[in-house]
Design a protein around this ligand. Structure first.
Ligand SMILES: Nc1ncnc2c1ncn2[C@@H]1O[C@H](COP(=O)(O)OP(=O)(O)OP(=O)(O)O)[C@@H](O)[C@H]1O
Ligand SMILES: [Mg+2]
Length: 328
């Protein structure tokens, strides 16, 4: 065979698109919540935004890519027999089938769960990377099959100890990134490694963009604690994306109540109101001490402001994106 007809395998691998344009288009409303660090509020932000947006009428899918399966705990279905602990996504990726999420965990909210099966998926992807990476883009290809059923898909990611290869798979499946971080230097530094990882996935997913940064676990009333990180972030982000002015305050009692009850903050806040005022409880002979943390309403307000800002930013960035695409 002469050299002009012999395909160059390297050129071929460059030419074959990892994720097709139509899949990337289908995934245009997919948001990955990540920043590499652990315990920065990724799961809390995911479940609270998803439940609020579902309540507002959006059709939402959460994809839990963390084997801790904390989405199920936050939403109160970890012990439900329907919880397949990551099996649905694992199955869809392994057999190239259409993923089947758990339907209506709340009205309008479906979930592809995480759990022990997610670990099997992580192992398979890591193993495949050593053998040449044929699976690369597998989460994107799987989610693209169902993306058109949803207005928004939110992907919760594991902390970096699960390995960057797996988190990169989540980034390959998304157009937008939300990066929650705590207002402290180590957490802010996590954003540097996120920036370099965005560059790495951009060769296969050129459309991925940072939607914004969320300050999480901000102590109430400590303006200085908040101002410094905001200034640093403003400088480092250089206008690429905002640090949302809505923040998630540190409210341990409300968070504990919400987690134990498997509720989003606004659901807990609604139950707090049902407790009735102090004098009514006293008169009815119930304990005068409230059973549920009153701070739930502050937390709920934080998430509502954040959800509003995120949707506004998403629409603005989508318009800018479309205008840019139109110019090309
Ligand atoms: N508003 C809040 N105030 C105080 N603590 C909170 C608040 N919201 C969540 N928490 C707690 O902070 C911890 C980290 O939150 P979360 O699990 O959402 O972070 P994560 O980034 O998903 O963590 P991981 O990296 O382990 O997946 C959890 O123990 C959670 O219960
Ligand atoms: Mg988490």
């Amino acid at each position: 065979m002469d050299s002009t007809t012999t395909p160059n395998p390297f050129a071929l691998s460059q030419a074959v698109k990892l994720i097709s344009d139509s899949d990337l288009f289908n995934l245009r409303r997919t948001i990955v919540i990540t920043n590499g660090k652990g315990g920065v509020g990724k799961t809390s932000v995911t479940t609270n935004l998803a439940t609020l947006l579902a309540e507002a009428g959006y059709k939402v899918l959460i994809v839990d890519m963390d084997s801790q399966g904390n989405v199920a705990i936050n939403l109160g279905f970890s012990d439900d027999e329907r919880n397949n602990q990551g099996k649905a996504l694992h199955h869809a990726v392994t057999y190239n089938e259409v993923p089947v999420p758990l339907k209506d965990i709340r009205p309008g909210l479906d979930v592809l769960t995480g759990g022990p099966f997610t670990n099997q998926l992580i192992d398979a992807i890591h193993g495949d990377t050593l053998r040449g990476g044929k699976m690369r883009g597998c989460i994107a290809r799987a989610l693209a099959k169902i993306a058109n059923n949803y207005d928004l898909i939110l992907i919760d990611t594991p902390p970096s100890d699960a390995g960057f290869v797996f988190v990169d798979e989540a980034m390959l499946a998304a157009r937008w990134i939300l990066a929650p971080l705590r207002p402290e230097p180590k957490s802010i530094n996590g954003l540097y490694s996120l920036a370099s990882r965005i560059e790495q996935v951009q060769s296969a997913n050129p459309y991925i963009r940072l939607l914004g940064v969320i300050l999480f676990g901000v102590p109430s009333g400590a303006t200085r604690v908040e101002k410094r990180p905001r200034d640093i972030l403003g400088e480092r982000l250089g206008g690429i994306a905002p640090t949302f002015s809505a923040k998630i305050r540190n409210v341990v009692a409300a968070d504990a109540d919400a987690s134990f009850r498997g509720q989003a903050a606004h659901e807990l806040a609604a139950d707090v109101l049902k407790q009735g005022p102090f004098w009514e409880r006293l008169r009815s002979g119930a304990s005068a001490t409230p059973v549920l943390a009153g701070s739930a309403s502050s937390l709920a307000e934080d998430y509502m402001s954040l959800a509003t800002e995120i949707i506004d930013e998403l629409k603005a960035q989508e318009e800018a994106f479309d205008a840019e695409a139109g110019e090309k």
